[in-house]
Design a protein around this ligand. Structure first.
Ligand SMILES: CC(C)(COP(=O)(O)OP(=O)(O)OC[C@H]1O[C@@H](n2cnc3c(N)ncnc32)[C@H](O)[C@@H]1OP(=O)(O)O)[C@@H](O)C(=O)NCCC(=O)NCCS
Length: 174
């Protein structure tokens, strides 16, 4: 059964494998941690940064809560929720980031992660979330629309991995 859990030492190895799969797949729509940076001390080393990020204490960075998606001992994917509507959130990254490791695509995990993630967003006090998605990212568009995403508009956007692209902005009411 899929669960969203807080980041923890027990699943660091799985997280590294997941990041490596996304990297080797050349995934343009989600930028994971570079797998080679995830060494023995990575979890402890980065914990203070993630804790600050979660409390909204990093200057210029939207408050962001991170969860890992696991099914038994298998690492499946991740979910991130940004609770502030900064300019970057509104016109680039959205309130939600989610991904599934490529070897597990098409099995319903993306839908489960977003469904459970929306419950988390609600528990964090959010009344609605914004999902931004590249117009070409059909699987994510399908998942977002299945879970009630209402298209607000489509805007021109640019970032390093996707280049110039059309970005769909969807609201989901919680
Ligand atoms: C988007 C993502 C999370 C989906 O994960 P997943 O586990 O494959 O999702 P699911 O299996 O729950 O659902 C995928 C849906 O897309 C559909 N789909 C897959 N390829 C498709 C395509 N080319 N066109 C249209 N629909 C497609 C599937 O049929 C399924 O819909 P269904 O349940 O109605 O059959 C995964 O592709 C991923 O991690 N991508 C990289 C990161 C990313 O894009 N994150 C989102 C950024 S907005």
């Amino acid at each position: 059964m899929l669960k969203l859990i807080k980041r923890c030492l027990e699943y660091v190895q799985g997280y590294r494998e997941y990041c490596r799969e996304l990297y080797e797949n050349g995934e343009p729509y989600f930028r994971p941690t570079p797998p080679d940076a995830i060494d023995e001390t990575w979890f402890e080393r980065t914990k203070p940064w993630y804790d600050k990020k979660e409390q909204g204490l990093l200057p210029g960075v939207a408050r962001s809560c991170h969860y890992w998606a696991v099914d038994g001992d298998r690492f499946i994917g991740e979910f991130q929720c940004r609770t502030d509507f900064t300019e970057k959130v509104l016109f680039d990254i959205g309130s939600v980031g989610y991904a599934v490791r490529p070897s597990e695509w098409g099995k319903g995990y993306g839908t489960m992660i977003l469904r459970q993630g929306l419950e988390i967003a609600k528990s964090l006090g959010m009344e609605r979330v914004l999902l931004t998605v590249n117009e070409e990212n059909r699987p994510s568009i399908r998942v977002i629309e299945k879970l009630g995403g209402v298209l607000a508009d489509t805007v021109d956007a640019y970032n390093e991995t996707e280049g110039r692209h059309r970005l769909r902005r969807y609201w989901i009411m919680l």
